[in-house]
Write a protein that binds this ligand. Structure first.
Ligand SMILES: Cc1cc2nc3c(=O)[nH]c(=O)nc-3n(C[C@H](O)[C@H](O)[C@H](O)COP(=O)(O)O)c2cc1C
Length: 423
């Protein structure tokens, strides 16, 4: 297996690489190359051909999204980087910015050139204070070196980049809530359509992309679309991915590995196996909003299509592992407590539905459940899925769907014993 390091190539434990170090390994050469050799259309086409899919969770093809963007429309247009990253089990963007903040800055300048936007914002969660500090310094360095600002490298292209530190809530990661937050409004999601590409920040065309998505752009420029696609281990995949390991593993770190990694290899080789000599029971493959996988899925390839085929999602590739002593009802309750608390309250299925699901799981976990509660849980899954205003509630129900599909017997054991069988 190739272990090509693109995004983590400058990563050293406890160190941050700034301009000199970044340039020493080829940093900003893609920018020079693109401004010299590529038109914005050619760059957009290259990204489309690379089959890069959004790394923020939904996996939407970046090139397709960029083609919806009216790059030729006069007037203000914006590029926004989503660095909210508050989903439990997802910490890859934070790791990237701790190690190498210029990766994002160069990626954003290139993306802005492709989209012909001249203003960009990085929306960063409040808790990422060190990452924000790193970005602040990187922006100053890039401006002083002539990579940001007016007439970049004499090309006539202008781009200014601003850092916006948010108050920090999970809903702010939803792209339209993020835009409201950036405008200083209450971060409720907006109705789509119109999509941000048509009417986004301050009512103007806007593209919102994830940190890791944007950081990939310079590598697609320098290596080419075909090379990028071939980095993946599966036909359907492309590129590398930052896999953030957490949970009951001997090693919980973030690794850059090809898209399409077999789950078993990720756990055994990179996670150094399940901790305390215990057995693998389940995992969330792509952050807290993805349905569980079980031991029968250990040979699945971690890419968007393969995970959808087994009823889950690649999401953010934040892989959280649970050992065989875990109560899956308790684990799901723990996740639902987070999601119910983070609901912005804008729509009923999310505000009231998640509260109801939390209550049902609490009732079952504390041994007070009856078969009726199990039926009500199934009913809530039907009622909430596809009926909420944004994808928060849908995502929140991912682990609940996994619980009902793979661990219904565990729920029944709680009902029959009148207590949690794992306590
Ligand atoms: C509740 C919720 C939280 C989200 N949080 C994030 C986040 O922290 N970072 C992120 O990039 N995308 C997040 N997303 C997805 C964004 O709405 C959007 O799809 C993404 O930023 C697009 O970038 P991409 O195409 O590069 O992946 C979230 C979505 C929802 C519904």
């Amino acid at each position: 297996m190739n272990r090509e390091q693109l995004l983590f190539k400058n990563r050293r434990p406890g160190e941050t690489v700034f301009l000199a170090g970044y340039r020493a390994t080829g940093g900003y050469q893609s920018l020079q190359q693109a401004l010299r050799d590529l038109t914005p259309e050619a760059l957009r086409q290259r990204v489309k051909d690379s089959n890069l899919r959004g790394r923020g969770g939904a996996g939407f093809p970046t090139g397709v999204k960029w083609n919806f963007f009216p790059a030729d429309q006069p007037g203000p247009k914006y590029l926004v980087c989503n660095c909210d990253e508050m989903e439990p089990g997802t910490y890859k963007d934070g790791e990237l910015l701790l190690a190498d903040p210029h990766q994002l800055v160069e990626g954003m300048i290139l993306s802005a050139f492709a989209l012909q936007t001249d203003i960009g914002y990085i929306f960063i969660r409040y808790a990422y204070a060190q990452q924000a500090e790193n970005l602040r310094r990187a922006i100053v360095e890039a401006t002083e070196a002539g990579f940001l600002g007016q007439n970049i490298l004499g090309s006539g292209f202008n781009f200014e980049l601003h850092l916006h530190s948010s108050a920090g809530r999970y809903i702010l990661g939803e792209e339209t809530a993020l835009l409201n937050g950036l405008e200083g409004k209450r971060p409720n999601p907006r109705l789509k359509p119109p999509f941000p590409a048509v009417k986004g920040l301050f009512g103007r065309p806007t593209t919102v992309n994830n940190v890791e998505t944007l950081a990939n752009i310079q590598h697609i420029v320098s290596g080419g679309a075909e090379w990028f696609r071939a980095l993946a281990l599966t036909e359907e995949g492309s590129g590398t991915k930052l896999y953030g390991l957490s949970g009951h593993l001997n090693r919980t770190e973030c690794f850059e590995l090809p898209v399409g990694m077999p789950l078993r290899q990720l756990i055994e080789e990179f996670g150094a196996g399940v901790w305390r000599g215990r057995k693998f029971k389940a995992c969330l493959p792509g952050g807290a909003s993805t349905p569980y996988l079980t031991a029968e899925h250990l040979d699945v390839a971690l890419d968007f299509d393969s995970l959808e085929a087994v009823g889950s999602r690649f999401g953010t590739a934040g892989v959280t592992v649970f050992d065989d002593r875990t109560c899956m009802v308790a684990a799901t309750l723990n996740l639902i407590r987070f999601f119910a608390r983070e609901s912005c309250g804008w729509c009923t299925p999310c505000r009231d539905g998640l509260t109801m699901v939390r209550w049902l799981l609490e009732t079952i976990e504390t041994g007070q459940g009856t078969p009726e509660h199990l039926e009500m849980l199934k009913d809530q899954l039907q009622q909430i899925s596809g009926n909420s205003f944004c994808a928060l509630a849908e995502g929140a129900m991912g682990p609940v769907a996994g619980l009902l599909t793979h661990f219904e017997q565990e729920i029944i054991d709680h009902l029959e014993k009148g207590r949690c069988p794992f306590q």
